[in-house]
Design a protein around this ligand. Structure first.
Ligand code: ATP
Length: 384
């Protein structure tokens, strides 16, 4: 392609998107329906803190993309616009799993900047945060989104105690936590980990019905595209697909991909052909996000498993021992470190392992991939 053609693409300013950010994962929809009961329950939990009392803790539970994060952020915004007596801090636990990391976020919320990364002990930051809350007579509510990631780090659940038991050292400080979880099994893990101090109420986000999905996607179309860019029939088809996958994010993302395909063909409308193309190259949004969240070593191990899995014969199995030896050779990691990384990949449901009944004391384990690497060919994730 010559430079002129590339410039044409960049300068081509006819767009189907009125607001392309309406299809971004972090977009805050103004029109937010179907979650009034849950948002009311959150408001009731937090209300005591407005009057100088102790807020209630809550577990916010529901499958992926049922609006939990959006609802919490909306309630937090409403609370902070109503009163300066409550500071609400939202933590993405995929990005912050250590006590220090989490308290850095709280520090930033209160002081407008993070503490230095090194040289300041955790206790100093903790004292500073709690003293600020005491001096200003403010309560602290912390929402832990995707809190299951915290259980990965053994020390991190101490952070729940750090927050919930603050009143023992700082008697006037009122604190509460919202724990956001998308799988019921983590609810039990949470009980096991912090039972003694954490007696939460459950706020449940049920999956959206077919008609609710259609309504949400139709709204998003109005926000994101110019009028008449996409027909009702196509939006209905995308809703059907979304209902089947059970993940609203997929539907929102397919709308965006359809728009991009139509635009790349200089079409003024999205057609059936564009939708078919979008669906044929669509890869699960969750899978992509999970893969992108891996650090270098985790990705290296996954890559090795993909490679080894491709190279074995149909009648062979891929064993943990074989992969661990190659991984140690490749990265000079210890066996403990390999095991930790493998556990994380299992936890993220990218791989699975099972005992084969063979090997020493029948302890040999087989590794399986839980996704098809070929599905990722048209993405920027590359295993080769
Ligand atoms: N009632 C709704 N109206 C409009 N958009 C919604 C609604 N519920 C969810 N969404 C949209 O769906 C996407 C996923 O929502 P959100 O991140 O709040 O879900 P979640 O339950 O926290 O998901 P996860 O458990 O995967 O983190 C976002 O783009 C959000 O804007």
């Amino acid at each position: 392609m010559n430079n002129m053609a590339i410039q044409d693409i960049l300068m081509f300013d006819e767009t189907l998107f009125k607001n392309i950010s309406a299809f971004n994962p972090e977009y805050m929809p103004e029109n937010y329906n179907f979650r009034d009961n849950q948002m009311e329950a959150m408001a009731y939990a937090l209300r005591p803190a407005l009057k100088g009392g102790m807020p209630s803790n809550a577990v916010i539970l529901g499958p992926c993309a049922t609006g939990k994060t959006t609802a919490v952020k909306k309630v937090f915004d409403l609370i902070e616009n109503t009163s300066d007596k409550i500071k609400c801090c939202y933590i993405n636990c995929q990005l912050n799993t250590t006590r220090f990391g989490i308290f850095s976020q709280i520090h930033e919320k209160l002081f407008g900047h993070k503490p230095p990364e090194t040289g300041v002990p955790f206790a100093t930051i903790y004292q500073k945060v709690m003293k600020n809350l005491t001096d200003n007579d403010t309560s602290l509510i912390v929402a832990f989104d995707d809190a299951n990631f915290i259980f990965q780090n053994k020390n991190a659940n101490k952070v729940f105690y750090d927050i919930l038991r603050a009143y023992e050292e700082f008697p006037t400080v009122h604190t509460g936590i919202f724990v956001i979880l998308s799988e019921l099994e983590f609810r039990f893990a949470l009980d096991k980990n912090v039972k003694t101090v954490f007696i939460p109420q459950d706020i449940t986000f049920e999956p959206y019905s077919h008609s609710q999905i259609l309504s949400i996607l139709s709204d998003r179309v109005k926000m994101g595209f110019y009028p008449n860019v996409i027909s009702d029939d196509l939006v209905r088809q995308i809703s059907d697909y979304t209902f089947e996958t059970g993940d609203l994010r997929e539907g929102i993302d397919i709308l965006r991909v359809c728009g991009n395909i139509a635009e790349s063909e200089a079409s003024k409308k999205i057609t059936q052909k564009h939708l078919d193309k979008a669906l044929s190259k669509h890869v699960s949004y969750n899978l992509l996000e999970t893969l992108k969240s891996l650090n270098d070593k985790e990705f290296a191990l996954l890559k090795l498993i993909v490679k080894e899995d491709e190279s074995i014969n149909k009648d062979e199995i891929l064993t943990v021992t074989k992969v661990s030896e190659k991984f140690k050779e490749q990265t000079k990691s210890s066996y403990a470190s390999f095991n930790r990384i493998l556990e994380k990949l299992e936890f993220l449901r990218l791989v699975d392992t099972k005992l084969t009944g063979k090997g020493i004391r029948g302890n040999s384990r087989q590794i399986f991939l839980r996704f098809d690497p070929d599905d990722l060919n048209c993405t920027d994730i590359n295993f080769s």
